[in-house]
Ligand binder design. Structure first.
Ligand SMILES: [Fe+2]
Ligand SMILES: [Fe+2]
Length: 277
């Protein structure tokens, strides 16, 4: 976990993951240092991860007042139940659908839940967080928000991009990614994560892009991209998403080639295992 405070408002907890054949994908959670502190998403669900311990280096979990789950995918929910235990003051901000999806793993304590829909706002003391549905999303429960004090948009999966190296995935600014690579990565991610983009009314889709652009954010914090000050570029790239090349994943033949490339053939393995003499 790479943890750093990016400005007076936000600390990023970055834990990028390799995407086989595609590069490296940022996986970011955030702490918003509001008067009522907010944790946005809770990291990967892998068994060697300990989100609450990583978070404790940033903020005392007992001070956390809100956990904003942008959507219940497993790269966002890793530390959720542990954090609910460690942060007894915190309410979980999600949607009716988010509660339903999470309850297929473990029931959520409904008295800890705060249901918030796109178009609604949440006061966290010194600022209000304005919820919206990002233009690109992979879950019906996805809700991002605009922080009207810091001018930051938290966009969930939207605006993400796999990049060539781990260093770029944990970079200080998405502007460090070469423009062509950023554009290609964003279009690829749009096709991978939101394949419905190829089957929709483009003009209505572009209205959803413009709705977020109208907020004129100073910074975009995506779950799957380094912090981005080059916001105009990001909006231009997602506006092109309907024209992205549709993504088709590797098939069984490709998987078998991959397995053969790093496993000794079965006969050879047997030979190696046979005792000599
Ligand atoms: Fe997702
Ligand atoms: Fe995600």
């Amino acid at each position: 976990m790479h943890t750093h405070r990016i400005n007076e408002h936000v600390t990023i907890l970055a834990d990028p993951a390799p995407l086989p054949g595609l590069g490296f994908l940022a996986v970011n959670a955030f702490v918003l240092h509001a008067e009522e502190p907010v944790v946005i998403d809770t990291g990967l669900s892998l068994p060697d991860k300990d989100f609450v311990t990583d978070l404790s280096a940033v903020i005392d979990p007992t001070d956390v007042r809100w956990i904003w789950l942008t959507h219940p995918d497993r790269d966002h929910t890793g530390g959720l139940f542990a954090l609910l235990e460690a942060a007894p003051q915190a309410r979980l901000v999600t949607t009716f659908g988010g509660v339903g999806i999470m309850s297929t793993e473990r029931p959520l304590p409904l008295d800890r839940v705060y249901l918030l829909n796109p178009g609604q706002s949440l006061s966290v003391g010194d600022r209000s967080l304005h919820a919206f549905r990002p233009p690109l999303f992979d879950s019906p429960a996805t809700v991002g928000f605009y922080d009207d004090r810091s001018g930051i948009v938290f966009s969930s999966d939207c605006f993400g991009a796999p990049v060539a190296t781990m260093e770029l995935a944990v970079g200080a600014d998405a502007a460090e990614i070469p423009a062509d690579e950023l554009r290609g990565g964003q279009l690829l991610w749009a096709a991978v994560d939101s394949p419905w983009i190829h089957n929709i009314d483009t003009s209505r889709y572009l209205e959803t892009v413009r709705a977020v652009q109208t907020l004129e954010p100073d910074l975009i914090l995506s779950s799957h991209l380094p912090p981005a000050t080059n916001t105009a570029t990001l909006f231009d790239n997602v506006a092109e998403a309907p024209n992205a090349e549709p993504f088709v994943g590797p098939d069984q033949q490709a998987l078998e080639q991959l397995l053969a490339s790093f496993e000794p053939p079965a006969a050879e393995a047997r030979q190696q295992a046979e005792p000599v003499g």
